[in-house]
Design a protein around this ligand. Structure first.
Ligand code: C5P
Length: 223
């Protein structure tokens, strides 16, 4: 049997996009395949962690050995994460939609011939990573976020780590020419503090490879 260094540790992982309804047939979403988050959930479970995966809509097989909670919206995702607390480790890999329609229509909206949408008011969604990072006594010991950037990746990610109040940030370059979105490969820079000298640049590798490296890094952290 494989060693289980994370036995006794509880982990929460978010994955996939969120869908924010505009009306019964339309929604706002972000690009996300869920591949990276699902791979992390599975890898943590293989290392012995008790994993709750909170996932938005994806077309991926359910990862082995995790408790899967399916959600659609950011607010449902936050509720599911909160419900899964307490935890030792939280990894926020979901691409949460930043906005939702203020008043989603009950019936399909019709084009009125004017050429414009009369009124689509958007509200900001809760920031799940920031909320859980500031959750006081129930805050997981290790809170990890992602920063998908298209330029100055490490610099923007370092600022994001401070702003969100999380412990680690996995920064990745999602510029269109990198093929990261929907692809199987990812190139990560792990940021664990404010000092850029401690940035860890990981080789470009598969999303499962990234998941395994992150799991190994988490095992080290708790050792
Ligand atoms: O602010 P930005 O979306 O770039 O931050 C990315 C990180 O924050 C990711 O870890 C993502 O899962 C998390 N996030 C979140 N809730 C939001 C927005 C982002 O948990 N509403």
């Amino acid at each position: 049997d494989a060693p289980k260094p994370l036995l006794g540790k509880k982990a929460i992982v978010t994955s996939g996009p969120t869908f924010e309804p505009i009306d019964p047939v339309r929604f706002i979403a972000n690009r996300s395949s869920g591949k990276q988050g699902h791979a992390i959930a599975e890898s943590l479970a293989q290392a012995g962690a008790d994993v709750t995966l909170v996932s938005g809509p994806v077309s991926l097989p359910d990862p082995a050995g995790v408790t899967l909670v399916r959600v659609e919206t950011a607010r449902e995702m936050l509720a599911a994460v909160t419900n899964a607390l307490p935890a030792d480790i939280a990894v926020f890999a979901a691409a949460v939609a930043d906005w939702r329609a203020a008043d989603a229509a009950d019936q399909k909206m019709k084009k009125d011939g004017s050429g414009v949408i009369a009124d689509l008011k958007l509200l900001e969604n809760p920031d799940i990573l920031a909320t859980i990072s500031a959750s006081g006594p129930t805050r997981p010991a290790l809170v990890i976020g992602f920063a998908a950037e298209t330029q100055n990746v490490a610099e923007h990610a370092r600022a994001k780590r401070t702003r969100k109040g999380c412990d680690w940030i996995l920064a990745n370059d999602v510029a269109p020419d990198t093929g990261t979105f929907g692809g199987d490969q990812n190139e990560i820079c792990l940021i664990t503090d404010d000092d850029e000298k401690t940035d860890e640049r990981w080789p470009r590798q598969s999303k499962t490879g990234v998941a395994r490296m992150l799991t190994a890094r988490i095992i080290d952290h708790f050792a």
